[in-house]
Ligand binder design. Structure first.
Ligand SMILES: Nc1ncnc2c1ncn2[C@@H]1O[C@H](COP(=O)(O)OP(=O)(O)OP(=O)(O)O)[C@@H](O)[C@H]1O
Length: 279
């Protein structure tokens, strides 16, 4: 388990994280969500020792994470920045990664590269934005690490490659359970994948709950516009959408007494996120 205890991170006059307390348990898929500048990358960089906290501590299994090579070897993080010289060939980076992560699975990395159509003979500087992301997510997936951290994993990926990534991530997770932290703005795409949701707002934890609890925080009703409007009057409505004569309304609270003419579906995570972070 990775524990973040009372962590504050300041950059000169910017406080990126403020007194943060959050834990990431074993063998779960987390969604780390927040608006631009909320502090997600800062948190991931603290967990990988790329940054040091201004105040507070981070622990893995009860031991401090700072300068703890054994613990850091259990975490692989796909960050936003590329750490390599543009002239280095991808297959060479696979070899280097295998030195830092003894569990790195070269055969699996090659198989993933083939599935994504990535030519490992290429130099990193020759890759498009999307293939740069693909390369970094392959390194993370194949690292053999126990904690896989993804910061904007699908940046620049087309819809086909995004779908392939989610499928490969689930395959990796079910074959060899690990802790996955997915930080992304594409909430709808990961909503069915994540088991636990952590939302950061202005450097503080706003929500930290299992996905099934979030679903029970509310619900969505849909049906004829007039019928939805009539039934929703006076209820705590997060938001609504209209298509032709039909309406969809996202509501906080328990669903009881919904007429048979309306359809009830689980609460939409993205709608909840927009509502909670919209001020
Ligand atoms: N190296 C740095 N120097 C100064 N300020 C920084 C630095 N890194 C982050 N910040 C600031 O800290 C805050 C949190 O940034 P962070 O990158 O963690 O947000 P984020 O949630 O990952 O955002 P995004 O979704 O836009 O990537 C922002 O105000 C950002 O400008």
């Amino acid at each position: 388990m990775i524990e973040v205890r009372n962590v504050t991170k300041k950059f000169r006059n910017v406080t990126a994280l403020q007194g943060l307390n959050v834990s990431f348990g074993e063998n779960r898929i987390y969604g780390l969500l927040g608006r631009n500048g909320a502090g997600k990358s800062t948190l991931l960089n603290l967990m990988t020792n790329r940054l040091v906290p201004t105040e507070g501590f981070l622990y893995m299994d009860g031991f401090p994470l700072t300068e703890n090579d054994k613990a850091l070897g259990k975490i692989a993080c796909m960050g936003e920045d590329t750490l390599y010289e543009p002239s280095v060939r991808l297959r060479r980076i696979f070899e280097w990664t295998a030195i830092f992560y003894p569990g790195f699975d070269s055969a699996y990395a090659s198989a993933l590269a083939e599935k994504f159509g990535l030519d490992v003979r290429k130099k990193i500087g020759q890759l498009s934005t999307g293939y740069r992301s693909i390369f970094k997510l392959i390194l993370t997936l194949a690292s053999g690490a126990e904690y896989l951290l993804f910061d904007e994993p699908v940046l620049g990926l087309d819809a086909n490659h995004r779908q392939l990534f989610y499928a490969e991530l689930l395959a990796r997770y079910s074959k060899r359970p690990c802790t996955v932290i997915l930080s992304t703005h594409l909430i709808e795409e990961i909503a069915n994948l994540i088991e636990h949701v952590v939302i950061i707002k202005n450097g503080r934890i706003l929500l930290d709950r299992p996905s099934e609890e979030i679903q029970s925080m509310g619900f969505t009703v849909s049906g004829r516009k007039e019928a939805v409007e009539e039934w929703c009057a006076g209820k705590n409505i997060l938001g609504s959408q209209e298509i032709g004569g039909l309406m969809l309304a996202h509501i906080l609270g328990e669903h009881s007494g919904v007429p048979a003419s309306l359809t009830v579906t689980p609460l939409d995570l993205q709608q909840l996120f927009i509502h909670l972070t919209n001020s």
